[in-house]
Ligand binder design. Structure first.
Ligand code: ADP
Ligand code: NA
Length: 332
């Protein structure tokens, strides 16, 4: 088993990013058996399809890497790097561009959604993005790719590209990457509005717990989080439409690695006056040490860059032979 997964670089990481993405990677890394490996990359090349801010891109790449290292990604167990430093991704992408069909890309719902009515004004990169995604995984001959609902179509495309390449050139180069269905990543909602996703783009800082927040800020944000006056029932399902309550229980469960049901059972009959302080204490216990490591790493960006370089060297050692084989297959 070889897992490959990428993440968009983004600044101001928050609890939603941690529980919904970063922690999932750490769990995958920790679950690797001997002989299995995981390649985790920061998708800085993909960022170019939408970002035109060089300093922001450079900063968020380092900040994201620092956050992943602070959260427990370990270069001795997984490989962490940024895509731009492994040129085999782009080179294989070009070769696969000869295999992928316009019609396949035209059908990608993300392309349709993101380009909207302004297709003529969208970047070419936004259109060909799924071919780079295919190269991202095929260059490592990945067997498994963790995918959320929104990325399933792109993984299908990667499989189609791999199949056509293997067939057209009569090689057995690319295994078909399978979706890795881990326990669903929780979707964390805003602390101010239980129907909106917790997001860095929310103008209210009280809506999210930033990974850089001090303990007292974490406590204050949970104290002020919007809830209702009802006590917790004894089953998670019975929370029904109480979206804010569901969210806080979901956060508690994800932080504690427990099921939401076991959390409501523990707090059944109690109101948020007692649940919120318990949640704040738990969040501080989990996030405090991550923040302390993160602050240290952000003070030593050269070291974070060196970690990424170390990962890139390990990634290239695996990617280069695949690229070479793909070149040979097409006659380059
Ligand atoms: P934001 O919405 O703050 O801009 P991004 O879109 O940059 O966050 O997401 C980066 C990663 O974090 C993605 O894998 C995304 O699925 C995950 N993520 C972002 N927000 C949440 C959330 N509220 N709950 C769970 N996962 C999230
Ligand atoms: Na976003």
């Amino acid at each position: 088993m070889r897992i490959v997964s990428g993440i968009q670089t983004t600044g101001n990481l928050h609890l939603g990013n941690y529980l919904g993405a970063i922690k999932q990677w750490v769990a995958m890394q920790d679950a690797l058996a001997p002989g299995e490996d995981a390649f985790f990359f920061l998708a800085d090349l993909h960022a170019l399809t939408v970002t035109l801010d060089p300093k922001l891109l450079a900063d968020t790449t380092i900040e994201m890497a620092a956050t992943l290292l602070a959260a427990g990604i370990d270069q001795d167990r997984a490989v962490l790097f940024n895509q731009a430093r492994v040129p085999e991704h782009s080179e294989l992408c070009w070769i696969l561009g000869g295999t992928a069909r316009m019609g396949w890309l035209n059908r990608m719902t993300q392309w349709k959604d993101k380009a909207g009515k302004n297709r003529e004004g969208a970047s070419v990169g936004l259109f060909t993005y799924p071919v780079l995604q295919a190269a991202d995984v095929l260059v490592y001959r990945a067997t498994h790719v963790p995918v959320g609902e929104d990325q399933k179509q792109h993984l299908e495309l990667a499989r189609d590209i791999a199949t056509k390449f293997n067939t057209d050139f009569e090689v057995d180069l690319f295994p078909l990457p399978a979706p890795l269905v881990s326990q669903a990543a929780p979707r964390i909602m805003s602390l101010r509005d239980g129907t909106a996703k917790m997001s860095k783009s929310d103008p209210s800082d009280m809506s999210r717990i930033n990974l850089i927040d001090a303990d007292d800020a974490i406590a204050q944000k949970f104290r002020k989080a919007r809830t209702d006056a009802e006590p917790l029932p004894d089953s998670f399902d019975a929370l029904g439409e109480r979206v804010e309550a569901r969210n806080l229980v979901t956060v508690y469960a994800a932080l504690a690695d427990r099921s939401p049901q076991s959390v409501v059972e523990e707090f059944a009959g109690q109101g948020f006056g007692s649940f919120k302080p318990a949640l704040a204490d738990l969040a501080i216990a989990v996030l405090g040490p991550i923040r302390e490591r993160l602050v240290r790493l952000l003070d030593d960006r050269t070291m974070v860059g060196a970690e990424l370089a170390k990962g890139a060297a390990k990634a290239r050692a695996v990617a280069a032979p695949t690229l070479r084989a793909a070149q040979e297959a097409v006659g380059l």
